[in-house]
Design a protein around this ligand. Structure first.
Ligand code: ZN
Length: 292
């Protein structure tokens, strides 16, 4: 199944994507949680309701009549991995990490899969990173690698948008990775039954139709299951947590000269079986300033 969060008639709720139609779970099964984190916490019971609604075929909306949101609106945590593809390590001129290089993106960075993200007022060094992400479905800790599939609710696409000067001018990435709108996610959380092997998916990124990244998740240095074991050794993972696994080669910052994103550019990322996300770049609007 393809779990989504969508807005229609001023109401934001969980649904299923089925081709170019939306199964409205609130209409089909009013007792299903309408918010994704609660839906995931409800576990197999909620998935069974969704499966029944999908098979019943009623209460559908046209995809074009709704706004797709990030499948998880406010993940408890967004964790990402630096330097997790050998070709990206090489283009960055770094050494291959001995341990996963984990950093945070703030939950407030989450953004819809087809809405424009911001070229910040404070920096021209805006860059994309096409990535496979996965979403946690169960609260867990100390999960061995061979049981990681039990806690993964599904897979999605992340653009780990990065402000390179803010990322690299201090020892930690947090500021440069966490600007508002800089975590487009989606279009859906695709459940594992539709992903026979998350580590054999082609991943591609285009800017204005020009191919920039082309790789396959088989090249991940630390794969999804290893990351679950590693992260959960230190802390609890919770339903709705998003883990983005890192980007392959082809980011704009390492081109000679660098090709940073400008207002008007359009970034598209596609991953096998997960669909695609496409976000334009706009100047950060005046309205982002808000005090009180
Ligand atoms: Zn990244």
């Amino acid at each position: 199944m393809k779990l989504i969060t969508f807005t229609e008639s001023a109401s934001t709720r969980v649904g299923l994507l089925d081709g170019d139609e939306i199964v409205d779970l609130q209409a089909a099964a009013g007792d299903a949680p309408s918010e994704m984190t609660a839906f995931l916490e409800a576990g197999e019971a909620a998935l069974a309701v969704a499966r029944a609604a999908l098979e019943a075929g009623g209460a559908r909306l046209a995809l074009g009549d709704v706004r797709l949101e990030s499948p998880v609106l406010r993940p408890p945590k967004i964790l990402a991995v630096g330097l997790n593809y050998a070709d990206h390590v090489a283009e960055s001129g770094m050494d291959t990490p001995k341990h996963p290089m984990i950093f945070n993106k703030q939950s407030t960075a989450v953004h819809a899969p087809y809405e424009p993200f911001h070229l910040p007022r404070v920096s021209p060094a805006l860059d994309y990173e096409g990535e496979l992400a996965f979403v946690i479905g169960k609260r867990c800790r100390h999960v061995p690698r061979e049981r990681a599939t039990e806690v993964i609710a599904g897979y999605t696409i992340c653009n780990d948008v990065s402000v390179r000067d803010w990322q690299l001018r201090v020892p930690t990435f947090t500021m440069g990775k966490s600007f508002d709108t800089h975590c487009p996610l989606g279009p859906a959380i695709v459940t594992p039954d539709e992903i026979p092997d998350p580590h054999s998916l082609d991943l591609r990124t285009w800017v204005n139709g020009e191919p920039r990244q082309s790789s396959n998740t088989k090249h991940l240095i630390f794969d999804c299951f290893t990351l679950v074991e590693h992260l959960s050794t230190a802390f609890s993972l919770e339903p709705g947590d998003v883990i983005s696994t890192g980007t392959p080669s082809g980011v704009g910052a390492v081109m000679k000269p660098p090709k940073f994103l400008k207002a008007g550019d359009v970034v598209k990322i596609a991953i096998d079986r997960l669909g695609e996300i496409e976000n334009a770049v706009i100047e950060e609007p005046e309205s982002t300033t808000r005090i009180g």
